[in-house]
Ligand binder design. Structure first.
Ligand code: SF4
Ligand code: F3S
Length: 330
């Protein structure tokens, strides 16, 4: 029997459901016709008005544990939730805040799709006039967070399949599936050797490590470098010459911006390498993670010199390698 799925869009750009539509294996038809009974989805369903909200009413009055609730978007709490209304109930606005609370109470699992639902994201960014909150802030139930701006189709489809086939996946401290968010972007980045060698792009378009022009890869957890986007292994931000802006992080976007600003400082086991902003973003654990491989470079003084002084370094990679990389990336 297909698992029953309710996908509620609150304050969001709808990028996450669009992302799911781009899933390849399985594709959207298989997801909706073979694996899940997609009973409610704000933008895709044909029904409207009471016909649509009636599906939610039915779920709320039905047995507990009969469906998975996916929420996409922040839940606004200012003005008693009136910044997001999903329909009318008894002639009065039915707010997303009420709907999320009522639906979560009966759900088998609650999944937050995208960074807005998981952590607040752009819809809760400063000055946040709607009082937008992540789902976990408005309900007592556990929320499985599947962030991304938008969420990668494989991350959300894979998480939903895992829930149905194997139960809850292993989660990290932010309730993200370790399967997809277990390592930093930096851990598997194809430009990591440039970072290690202290060879940095000075402006977008240069094929070197983009740490100095704002890359948040060292403090961002996701598998983009190996999974890629836009179909099967097409490309990903760093591959397309743009720094990772940390879109899967709880800090995104207020504390990962400015996106193209050099974050010069690093905290490492070897001591402070003037890394105040990175330290603030990540805390000691992540700093230690990036510190381990940095220690050697710091010991030689090469990386510390580059980052601390912000001085342009001599590109000491071989000419052949540089030519190859330039051809591939520009
Ligand atoms: Fe890749 Fe960014 Fe790390 Fe540089 S800082 S190696 S571009 S993830
Ligand atoms: Fe987001 Fe960074 Fe991946 S910006 S899409 S986590 S490379």
């Amino acid at each position: 029997m297909r698992a029953k799925l309710l996908w509620l869009i609150t304050n969001s750009c709808a990028g996450d459901i669009i992302s799911l539509l781009n899933s390849l294996h399985p594709d959207y038809r298989q997801i909706t016709e073979e694996y899940f009974a997609f009973c409610y989805e704000t933008f895709l369903m044909a029904g409207e008005g009471n016909v649509a909200t009636g599906v939610l009413e039915e779920a709320i009055s039905g047995p507990a544990g009969a469906y998975i609730l996916v929420v996409e978007g922040t839940v606004p709490v200012a003005a008693e939730g009136l910044y997001c209304v999903i329909g009318l109930r008894n002639g009065k606005p039915w707010t997303a805040l009420e709907a999320v609370r009522e639906l979560a109470a009966k759900a088998r699992y609650v999944v937050a799709a995208g960074t807005c639902a998981a952590f607040g994201g752009p819809y809760a960014a400063h000055p946040n006039p709607t009082g937008g909150k992540p789902v976990s802030a408005v309900i007592p139930q556990k929320v499985i967070n599947v962030p991304g701006c938008p969420v990668h189709p494989a991350w959300i489809a894979g998480t939903l399949f895992h829930l149905v086939e194997h139960g809850e996946p292993r989660l990290d401290e932010y309730n993200r599936p370790v399967l997809y968010y277990g390592e930093t972007i930096h851990d598997r980045c194809e430009r990591r050797h440039y970072f290690e060698s202290g060879i940095f792009a000075q402006k977008p378009g240069e094929p070197w490590c983009m740490y100095k022009i704002g890359c948040k890869g060292p403090v961002t957890y996701a598998d983009c470098p190996v999974r890629h986007w836009c179909g099967e292994h097409t490309n990903w931000p760093v591959g397309a010459n743009t720094p990772c802006i940390g879109c899967t992080s709880p800090e995104f976007p207020d504390r990962t911006a400015p996106f193209f600003e050099h974050l010069p400082d690093l905290r490492t086991p070897a001591g402070k390498v003037t890394a105040d902003r990175v330290g603030l973003l990540t805390g000691a654990a992540t700093a230690l993670g990036i510190g381990a491989h940095l220690a050697a470079n710091i010991a030689t003084g090469r990386l510390a010199h580059t980052l601390r002084k912000g001085k342009k370094i001599k590109n000491n990679h071989t000419k052949t390698q540089r030519r190859k990389d330039a051809k591939k990336n520009i």
